[in-house]
Ligand binder design. Structure first.
Ligand SMILES: Cc1cc2nc3c(=O)[nH]c(=O)nc-3n(C[C@H](O)[C@H](O)[C@H](O)COP(=O)(O)OP(=O)(O)OC[C@H]3O[C@@H](n4cnc5c(N)ncnc54)[C@H](O)[C@@H]3O)c2cc1C
Length: 426
């Protein structure tokens, strides 16, 4: 059976096998599984579901995730801006179990042994795998900015770069800020999770200030020389929607914070004081990937064979999502991680069942950014694997950016979110 037929068979069967498989969410830890997935975010949850689907529900999948629910970073800036609740960002893992037979184990992977093909969990249990999928997201490198670890631990300087309680805490800081105050977001050098995310956050915070605290200011302190994503559209939105309120300062690389005086210091520029400091440090692959020795690109990101997403450091371990060293123009996004999940799932099913691995996988990406509560701009791209160069390249003429901000794309963005959540978890 050719891979395409297998995939079609998998999709056809998905409706019929709704209650099949071994749905035992949280009910004990199995000793082994064909495929073990670490991390139930955009990459891991998608891979878990698609290995089940594409194998016609024949391959056992165990998903290890410490959180009780999936909390989406995409759309979480609207929680910071005050137009959406965290509850609207929060979804259950139960459909992965009940419809797809993924065994969801609520635990943390603490050790990977690539030689014995085992994962040890924080609870002490060990699971053997034939194939391991690793999608642990990012680790924030607090020590890259002096004083930030302590400032974060005390709750004074937040990041909210992993959606959850911290997103709500940042919102509360903004609500408590007096009118006439300053919110400052410091952005690290690329690569980091979600290139347009900081600019979107600055925009929706300005939108909130415009409505509730019009004398306040938003400072964007960027380590690099210019806005990395949709620069013309973001800058137009700031000057037209928030004149005098949003200030973009390039070449401001944060090196230290002082939580007591709410000051951020830079390598060259003058110190900046703000009422609400939102300092994003440099980032790297999720801690478990680094500990397992898989971060073989500058000790920060994991190199993979892009055809299969198999690590170049360890056989039978496939790394997805934000943790990987990306090919040119591939952003660290949820949409991309979801795409990685499907490509890796198809490759894993092919490898485990003796089928040919797709020689030319494709990835897609769309990033929608809100510039106020309703108006949105987007950037989209399509990436194809080029075997001769062993990398992904954007397909000429694919994708593009919005002509201008508009409300219709605001509705598309919310539909995009609902669709990707259904594809990842439903
Ligand atoms: C403010 C903001 C806005 C964003 N907006 C968008 C957007 O509009 N569109 C878009 O496409 N992307 C967006 N992103 C980016 C997107 O959130 C990430 O790119 C995406 O989540 C990456 O998926 P992932 O699977 O690599 O990591 P995650 O989705 O973070 O999943 C990682 C999971 O691994 C788990 N984990 C970590 N370590 C372990 C361990 N040791 N054992 C078990 N589990 C573990 C974590 O609990 C987590 O659930 C945004 C990000 C932010 C911060």
């Amino acid at each position: 059976m050719k891979r395409r037929q297998l995939i079609q068979a998998g999709f056809a069967a998905s409706g019929l096998l709704a209650l099949g498989g071994c749905a035992t969410s949280g009910a004990g830890v199995p000793a082994s599984a064909k495929v073990v997935v670490i991390g139930g975010g955009y990459g891991g949850a998608t891979a878990a579901k698609y290995v089940r689907l594409l194998s016609d529900y024949k391959i056992d999948v165990v998903l290890i995730e410490p959180e009780a629910s999936f909390v989406s970073c995409p759309m979480s800036n609207l929680v910071v801006g005050g137009t959406r609740s965290l509850a609207e960002q929060t979804m259950s893992y139960s459909t992965l179990s009940s419809r797809h037979g993924v065994r969801v184990v609520r635990d943390m992977a603490s050790k990977i042994d690539a030689t014995s093909h085992t994962v040890t969990l924080a609870s002490g249990a060990t699971i053997r795998y034939d194939k391991l999928v690793l999608s642990p997201g990012i680790e924030l490198m607090f020590d890259g900015i002096q004083g930030l670890r302590e400032a974060h631990a005390s709750g004074q300087v937040l990041q909210a770069w992993k959606a959850g309680p911290e997103t709500v805490a940042l919102r509360q800081q903004l609500e408590a800020m007096p009118d006439g105050g300053v919110y400052a977001i410091a952005i690290p050098e690329a690569p980091y999770r979600c290139p347009p995310g900081p600019y979107e956050r600055a925009s929706v915070v300005a939108d909130y200030f415009k409505r509730a605290k019009p004398k306040s200011k938003v400072l964007i302190l960027d380590a690099i020389q210019d806005v990395t994503s949709k620069p013309a559209l973001f800058k137009k939105a700031w000057s037209e929607l928030y004149p005098g309120m949003v200030e973009y300062r390039p070449q401001h690389k944060a090196v230290a914070v002082d939580a007591k005086t709410r000051t951020v210091k830079f390598d060259v520029q003058d110190d900046v004081k703000a009422d609400v400091l939102n300092v994003l440090p440099p980032m790297r692959a999720g801690a478990i990937a680094v500990q397992a020795g898989l971060a073989n690109s500058n000790a920060r990101w994991c190199n993979v064979d892009y055809q299969t997403f198999e690590s170049t450091a360890a056989k039978d371990i496939h790394v997805l999502g934000d943790s990987i060293q990306v090919a040119p123009l591939m952003p660290k996004s949820g949409h991309m991680a979801n795409s990685h999940g499907k490509v890796a799932a198809a490759a894993i099913v092919a490898q485990l069942t003796g089928l040919e691995v797709d020689p030319r996988p494709m990835l897609t990406n769309t990033c929608y950014s809100f510039v106020d509560a309703e108006n949105v701009i987007h950037v989209a791209s399509v990436h194809e694997y080029v075997a001769a160069e062993k990398t992904f390249k954007t397909v000429p003429g694919s994708g593009g950016v919005s002509a201008q901000r508009n409300e219709l794309e605001g509705r598309y963005a919310l539909v995009w979110a609902r669709n990707i959540w259904a594809d990842t978890l439903g």
